[in-house]
Structure formats: structure tokens, C-alpha cells
Design a protein around this ligand. Sequence first.
Ligand SMILES: Cc1cc2nc3c(=O)[nH]c(=O)nc-3n(C[C@H](O)[C@H](O)[C@H](O)COP(=O)(O)OP(=O)(O)OC[C@H]3O[C@@H](n4cnc5c(N)ncnc54)[C@H](O)[C@@H]3O)c2cc1C
Length: 445
Amino acid sequence: MSVWAETTLGTWGRVHRSRLRAARPLESNAVPDLVRAENDLGVVIHGGGRCYGDASLDTGGRAILTRSLNRIVDFDRAAGEVVCEAGVTFEELSSAIFSHGWCYPVSSATAAVTLGGAFANDIHSKNHHLLGAFGDHTKWVDLVLAGGEVVRASPAENTDLYFASLGGMGLTGAVLRVCIRLMPIPSNSVDARYVPYPDLDAMLDAINGGREIEEFLFGWIDVFARGSALGRGILESGRLAAADGGCVPPPKPRSIPFAPPAGPFLAPAMRQVARRRYEKLPSRGVGVRKDLFSFLFPLDHIKGFNKLYGRSGFYSIHAGFPPAAERAGIRAMVEEIAAAQAGSTTAVVKPMRGPGRGLMSFPIEGMVLAADLPRRRDTPRLHDRLEALVLDHGGRLYVAKDALMSPDGFARMFPNLSAFRAALERFDPNGRFQSDLARRLKIRG
Ligand SMILES: Cc1cc2nc3c(=O)[nH]c(=O)nc-3n(C[C@H](O)[C@H](O)[C@H](O)COP(=O)(O)OP(=O)(O)OC[C@H]3O[C@@H](n4cnc5c(N)ncnc54)[C@H](O)[C@@H]3O)c2cc1C
């Protein structure tokens, strides 16, 4: 589809679907004309479609689909640098570099995310406490601006554009190419360890204890448990193995063919799954060697995992708290989600090292709680309460995983919003780059 065609696009949460006109360029040099075309309509850049909410949709507008721009343009094996088109996914990049002893330092938890999408949300991984966010390893990007001009931006060149675009939700321009610095890896294997902790305090203590020593670190939380078991879960840590060999076989690929009706049975079923997951692990924990790809992308072997939450789709909440409020903030959120029995089997806590480099980057120093919330009639009200808790504790929400945040909350959480608005005014004064998210959060003011 290199010309515009009417289509329907959705995103990971399966709540939002948009009718719009879409074009799928096959060559990077087609993008400037597509951005310029059809003067009266805005345009959104749609990568892997793995944002949860409305960030990569522009209802009634246009979308440039980048997945066919998936060439690895240059791979310097000696220096450990790679230049990719924006539609290259972590899966495609893994195939090209892992066997040569290199890995990207930061990825998301699914390999279907594109590098353009990773830059536009300055994504963070389960090693943020040591390696920071995606932008900490990006050398430069080439962007198509609203007028169609192609500009290289980096921390040393066109810096205003660069720092507005990193985490800028695709609103400053379309990323065409990304150059990232890779990290050497001794093997394609990870020695992972899984240890259960009986409550939230024990889990958060263990995370803080592991910050300096574990390469990968995060905790899965059973958000259905209440009372003295509130916040119990399994701490997952990992270190790159010195050599390959001895890995457990990767899980068999599976596929969820259709979404079941959500109904009243969903929460009890997930509560059982969470309880069994916690209880079946021996209290001393287990160690296992995994191949790097399965370790980084644990759910990708289940195609259509997002259908498991039922036909109504799901929301998510992904909150970061500063160190002084991380314990109280996370506890208050887990209490709220557990009291409503409104969570799912996917809820995690992760440590964070410090602020991202982009004006609108999500990461801060402290800790993150992320939880999927199957869509129910009361989910928006629950989200409102959670958003208020996050604000009370000086935290912020991650737009890539959100679809219900209020414009007022957003403005209070991101102190650089006025500088970002000034950058948008400068680089895209007519508001060419649009999205449903930008309108919902009144990002342009
Ligand atoms: C299962 C799962 C696990 C995840 N885990 C993590 C995680 O661990 N850490 C984390 O930080 N995030 C995580 N995410 C969120 C995900 O990394 C982000 O939403 C990411 O931005 C999605 O990228 P995408 O290629 O799918 O882009 P899309 O979803 O298509 O778009 C996302 C945003 O990026 C913009 N964009 C995309 N491509 C470009 C481009 N070429 N130029 C300019 N703007 C562009 C879009 O306009 C939109 O604003 C996860 C998502 C899923 C579904």
C-alpha cells in the first residue's frame, strides 16, 4: 500500500480502532512526499502498533505505516553500531546481530516494537537501573519534518529537535533511520533466577537490594492477593551467561485464535492463574539458563496474547514514582487494584535509574508499577483513582501504555510540557503530525 487507502487500524489494548487513510511506503525516500501530501489532513506515524492506547491512531486523518521500511542499512561489527530504517523491529534486529556477539542495550518486552516507535517513546527495559532508556544509546536519527525536509538530529546536532523528538510521541516528525550503539554480549544466554516474595515490602526490598548487582531485574506481582499477602510476587533477575549451552528449550509457539467474551469469569480465572504461578515456585527459588531472545521477550511465543483479556480489550496503567514515594505510591496502587479485583496476570515492578534525556521521556529515578486492566465498566473510574494517587505521590504515567490519562494530570506530570509545546510550534507550526492521543491530552495546548 504505497498510495493512500481507507483502512481500519487498532492497537495492542484492542479498545481503540480508527478509520483513516493509510499508506505503506516501501522506500524511505517516499516518506517526505507522503508527509506533505493532502494538505488539509494530519498524519500519524504507525510503527508496530504496540502502544496500548491511541498514540499511533489519527481517526479521520492519515497514517504512514512504517513496517515495510525494515532494512538494516549498516552494521559496523567492529565498532558495535547499527543504522536501521525506522520500521525494523527488535525481532529483525536480533536476527541480524545476536550471532555476531552484539545486542541492543534497551528493548521493550515484545520484539514486535519498531525502532522508530522505541525512539518516539524513549522506551525502557528491565535493565533501566543500569543502562537507562533507549535514548541513552541512540547516536542519531534522521527525521522527516512537517514540510517534508529530512534532518539529522543527535545530542550534538540539531539538539532542540533531537530532545523534543526523543519520547516526543511522533509529534515532531517521522523517524526515517536510527543509529544505535550496541553492547557486546559474551553469549546468547541469560542465567535467570526466580524467587518468590510473600508481600510487597519484601519484594521492594529485594528489588532495591538487587539494583547494583543484577543486569536484569524486575518483579511480577500477584495483584489479586490481599491482606498480609498484598503485593506478593516473584522476583526475576538475570545476568548474561559467560558462554552458551545448557539453555532450557524456548517455549513452543502458541496462538490465541479468538478473544473469549470477558464476562464475570475472567477475574476469578486470572486470580487462580496468578495464585498457582506464585505457589508453584519453591520458596528458595529456581535458577534456569534461557536463550537471550526468550528471556527478553517472554510473552512473544503466544501470538495474540492480547486477546486473552476478552473481547472488550483492556487498559493498562504504568506509573513511575520518585524514590521517596515509591513504596507508598506502589502500595497504594496495588491496594486499589486488589480491592477492585480489576488487574490481570500481567503486573510488574521495575527499578529506574534516573530521568530520560528527551523533553517528554517517561523515565524518572525510582520505581515503576505496570499493570494491565481488563476493560470493565468501572475501569475508567479505577483509572481516575489511580491517576490521582500517582499525582499525590509525585509520580507520572507512561503515555505509551495509557489510554485514560486526563489532560490536566498529564500537564502536571510532565514539567517540560511547555518547552515541548514551544518545540512543536517551531518544528510543526501547522500541526501536521497528529494523533488521537495528542488531541485527548491536549498536547498542543
Ligand atoms: C507486550 C508489550 C510489552 C511492552 N513492554 C514495554 C517495555 O518493557 N518498556 C517500554 O518502554 N514500553 C513497552 N511497551 C510499549 C512499547 O514499547 C511502545 O508503545 C512503543 O512505542 C511501541 O512501538 P511501535 O513500533 O509498536 O509503535 P506504535 O505503537 O505504532 O506507535 C507508538 C508511538 O510511536 C510513534 N512512532 C512509531 N514509529 C515512529 C516513527 N518512525 N517516527 C516517529 N514516530 C513514530 C507513533 O506515532 C506513536 O506515537 C510494550 C508494549 C507491549 C505491547
